[in-house]
Design a protein around this ligand. Structure first.
Ligand code: AMP
Length: 417
């Protein structure tokens, strides 16, 4: 079934055709009619499934159907608001709106922290129909009195699970207080768990529940490999893989910002042009690094999980988990960077002996075991891991490191409570 049958206006049909979206993706097939029908929606969809168009296209359709949009008068009242957890996702969503709304007269403004607020204030005062924002910066703008949500018709919470993980719940609740009661609410989340359902109960009215694939399944068409390797040989192995196989665009995940910087520095020494992207980098530096990576000027991008959210890099073939994530669900987001929109991909995880328990958590989320293998020349030194004492196994050390990373909550992530 093509886009034509979904009820979108002709301009949007022409736009998606120009973008060579031949068929709606499953999330688009399910969500677009529901949004057009003015229903609240609760949808589970990973990034890479076409979820942005699933809400952006019907929102644009609805706004265009209203009188007065295409004239030149300033729209001082926002009509649609999209909340995202990260700046990168905000940028991606906002550029999607601009791309889809081309020629409609609708104005999309973006607002996120870490950059001067002045330009965002000016843009909003100039009039906007759609605002894509991170929660903290939106609250700053509301304080300044430049955001009027009284006539808001639709709010989207994009990657709601991530917003909860990042502690945005208080900000979200504050924002919601300023929204009209009569509105449409769309909640998109890569994962569904008790906390998401709790949030949805307070937010959504008789939502249309959409789950387009198996619970927490990894993106299809992504081949997953796990290489056992000693911690101190991981960097060498990564450089070897990229160099010997002549991979040109590789995204590598580390758990920490310092780890990302260290690895990028060492990879450069290995002759591979590498940049790091994480929360401590200025917005300008992150954008530059991403652009250079997209343009092929930088061959390897090392990213932390938070920074990588929202990255949309077309035809990314290779993702390497230099370290497995502490939150098992992040594994799915990571490997979702590859094999996007129908393409195939390869996701490689480097597993040191101390990370075995993290792999078990990933496997529990995936619902499948991942075969482990050794790469010739990089076999782990088993004598190093022999006869660990019960209290001081490397695994126990790693668990303690994870506990520290999550404050006093021992062991498990939010989802494991
Ligand atoms: P998203 O899941 O929103 O991050 O989208 C992932 C990628 O899929 C983006 O590059 C979109 O441009 C692309 N995309 C969205 N919908 C379609 C479609 N129906 N056909 C082909 N590509 C699409």
């Amino acid at each position: 079934m093509g886009f034509v049958s979904l009820g979108l206006n002709q301009a949007l049909i022409n736009t998606v055709q120009k973008l060579e979206y031949n068929e709606p993706t499953p999330i688009q097939l399910a969500a677009i009619p529901a949004v057009l029908n003015k229903q609240d929606v609760m949808a589970r969809a990973q990034t890479g499934t076409g979820k942005t168009a699933a809400f952006a296209l019907p929102i644009i359709h609805q706004l265009c159907a209203q009188a007065g949009v295409a004239d030149d008068t300033k729209n001082t009242f926002l009509k649609a608001l999209v909340l995202t957890p990260t700046r990168e996702l905000a940028q991606q969503v906002s550029s999607s709106f601009k791309k889809y709304a081309i020629g409609s007269g609708l104005k999309t403004v973006i607002a996120y922290g870490g950059v001067s607020i002045k330009l965002q204030v000016d843009a909003l005062q100039d009039g906007a129909d759609i605002l894509v924002a991170t929660p903290g910066r939106l609250i700053d703008l509301m304080f300044k009195g430049v955001v009027d949500l009284k006539q808001l018709q639709v709010i989207v919470l994009d990657e709601a699970d991530r917003m909860l993980d990042m502690g945005f719940i208080t900000d979200i609740k504050r924002i919601l207080k300023h929204l009209p009661v009569e509105r449409q609410t769309l909640l998109f989340s890569a994962t569904f768990d008790d906390e998401i359902f709790k949030l949805s109960k307070s937010l959504l009215k008789n939502p249309c529940l959409i789950e387009v694939d198996e619970k927490n399944t990894a993106a299809v068409d992504v081949k997953q490999l796990v290489y056992n390797v000693d911690e101190d040989r991981k960097r060498e192995l990564v450089s070897y893989l990229i160099g010997s196989k002549n991979w040109q665009q590789v995204l590598i995940f580390t758990r920490t910002k310092a780890g990302a910087d260290d690895l990028a520095r060492e990879m450069c020494k290995d002759g591979l042009k590498t940049s790091a992207i994480h929360g401590d980098k200025s917005q300008g530096a992150r954008e530059r690094a991403l652009q250079e990576f997209k343009d092929g000027d930088v061959r390897v991008l090392v990213a932390t999980d938070v920074a990588a959210r929202g990255l949309d890099i077309e035809s990314l073939e290779y993702v390497i988990n230099y370290e497995l994530p502490f939150i098992a669900e992040d594994y799915i987001h990571r490997i979702g960077r590859t094999g996007r929109a129908g393409g195939s991909g390869l996701a490689i995880s480097l597993l040191s002996p101390s990370e075995n328990y993290l792999l078990e958590e990933v496997e529990a989320v995936l619902g499948e075991r991942l075969a482990q293998q050794w790469l010739e020349g990089f076999e782990p030194d088993l004598t190093k891991t022999a006869a660990p004492t019960r209290k001081n196994t490397r695994s126990a050390q790693a668990r303690r490191q994870k506990d520290r990373a999550f404050g006093k909550k021992t062991g498990n992530s939010r989802r494991k409570k």
